[in-house]
Design a protein around this ligand. Sequence first.
Ligand SMILES: [Zn+2]
Ligand SMILES: [Zn+2]
Ligand SMILES: [Zn+2]
Ligand SMILES: [Zn+2]
Ligand SMILES: [Zn+2]
Length: 745
Amino acid sequence: MTLERMRMKRRSPRRREEISKIDVYLIMPCIELCSSVTMLFRILSFVQLWLGVFWLLSYIPGAVASGLNERPFPDIPFKEFSDFIRLNFNSEISLSSVLVILLSLTENVQLLGLHGRQQRKRYKGERSTPVTAWIRVLANSLRQKLESDDTPILNDVTDGGRNEQVTIAIALKLDAMTELLNLQPYNRAGKFITKQKPVSHKAIEPIHIICPNTLVCKTKDCNPHSLVMITKPRDIPYVTLVKNFRIYEDVPVLAGHCSRCKTTYYADHERSPSSSVLGEADRVYLNSAKYLKIGQSIWVDRAFSSAVLSGVYNFHASAASYTEFWNSSFLVSQSSVVGKLSRRHIWQAFVQESIRMVGALSDTNLTLGDNLPVDEVTKEAFHILGERGVILAADGHTCKECTHRYRHSDDDPIQGKSEDEEDEDDMGAYVQMAVVDGIVMGHSICAYPDCTSELSNARGGVYCALHEDAYGGQCHVSNCTNAKVETTLACQAHQEKWQRFQKYHRTRQLSGYRRAQRRSDDSWPWMAEIQRANNQPHDQDIVLNNEGRRDCFIPSRTYCVETICAPCGVVVAWAKFSKSESPTNILNFLEQVYPTEDSRPSYICIDKACLVLRTCVNNGSWTGIWEETSRFIVDSYHYTNHSSEDNLCRRFCNPTPRDGSDPNLVVKERDRYGQTYYRNAFNTQACEQLNAWLGGFESILRRMTAGNFNWFLHTMLTYHTTHVRQRIAKHMEYRSDSSSEDSSG
Ligand SMILES: [Zn+2]
Ligand SMILES: [Zn+2]
Ligand SMILES: [Zn+2]
Ligand SMILES: [Zn+2]
Ligand SMILES: [Zn+2]
């Protein structure tokens, strides 16, 4: 009632004008009759009345909870509601159908308003329509949804009833129900309300409780032992839960315990006595978890954590920018003061979700020591699940783009092998290609020449623990052994050098910051051309990193990330080269990724394949390993720059031999003028394309510790590969769909 009156006060400007005109006529005689004193008294009491209404309003829980932009959920006794349903609808109607009808009405108050207004004629030219087109659409939609299971909504309408009549009958019932629920646009006094407020559904939100995701103990020799609740009632933590991108407060978190094997079950992990260290506990990260804990008192569902992974992948977003995105979009749409997240929360969600994603590929629930800090978790996760950089998501992949049927001559038709194709004649031979390329990108490492260890202090340190101990107290200028001046990194004699360095470094950081904001793949029309992050010469032979005796004022960096991918874009593996992209490093990487003869691809495409081949022949691994299975070829983009005098390169590494010497690398085709031309059988640019994308993460990766760097990169490449495979599968499906349509039509 009070709310209704509130709403009456807010009219559209035009209506207010009309009404004030009427008021003038009403008030006029008043002024004549009453003295000005009584008039003032009237105004005062009117104001007082409204103040009282506001005061009252603040004590109505419904009105406060739902906020002034929503109206409370209809509050009628259940008996009244059930009597209405029994009288008006089919006696066989299901609970779900009744709930659908109820919620469809509370969800569509605006439509009910339009219907209600059109029902009553008020102005010239209007017609009263008992069943308007508005409500008929609602009735029709409900029928489509609810009558699919052959139970009609109404009792008295048989199959004989005409379709339109049934809809009208249902519309009339909906109209009656609108009145029962007090959802029509008129107040008790019959006055029309122009602005319909949406109905708050907060009052009918269910209770959420976070509890273990298993019913019985999972330990092998426990039989299915039941779990008792181990959380003492007074110790139950009440947390904030983000579920379906909505915030729920005061959600209790419960844990279960098996008295036999002493394992405690939480919603996202298990904790059991350590199998290796007495008195310690192990934590098993359950891949099946429904909810994940990402902060002291914040839990999220998997939809949230998957969105974090997807957002980081698709937008090249850092944890900080994703945090900003969440707090300023989803959060502000909900009138909640809790649920504001920090960068730590988002990073935790990323780590927790990625552990499950990567773990699920090998069917492994990651087991670590309990209560590790998050930096240790990523380090251990890569150690256990990282497969030394081999991407498990690519396992067993073949497709038409990366795998072709072996051709004996130019005249054999080229045929790809699809992933889902049944192998009727698997005896036939196939050729596969792998593309190898590097991108300059790395994390900080010890500044001491030739040391590749992690920094002992990731924030501001320059040496690993060992070298910090030995040289941390000395001047950091090369070949100087004087003691350094406190709070600087140089001795008294080298202070000027130190100051100069600091000044230079600060300006460089600033320009670096500007560059980081404009990522390499940003190419908006209003932006000037910018250099791509991977344009640095990763294929130069040796990095002059610590040669020429560099001063150790800042940490060194690992040099590059090398990737192997298939021509279709599926990533096979990655590795980090600390100092250089040398042919030896590449060969070692290839040997590690392709340990057996069966696993080796027929062609390995590298921009400096001739160098690799030379090294390979010289160190004996050509005859020992590769000769039987593989050929090293230069990618077609770089081949034009290779020396035409280099016979080995021309003879063995040509990506498009036109003399018919390798019919599996080139396809002879005719253009529309009948001219013959040669096309590459494989996309040899796949890795460069991959690295251009990967370059977008450079600004995020360069600030990471070694452990986070490894895990983040591994996660993103795994995610990417899963995506590429899904895209290929979808493309195949589409192609087979359209080809079957072609044949039928
Ligand atoms: Zn047990
Ligand atoms: Zn493929
Ligand atoms: Zn070191
Ligand atoms: Zn010095
Ligand atoms: Zn060459």
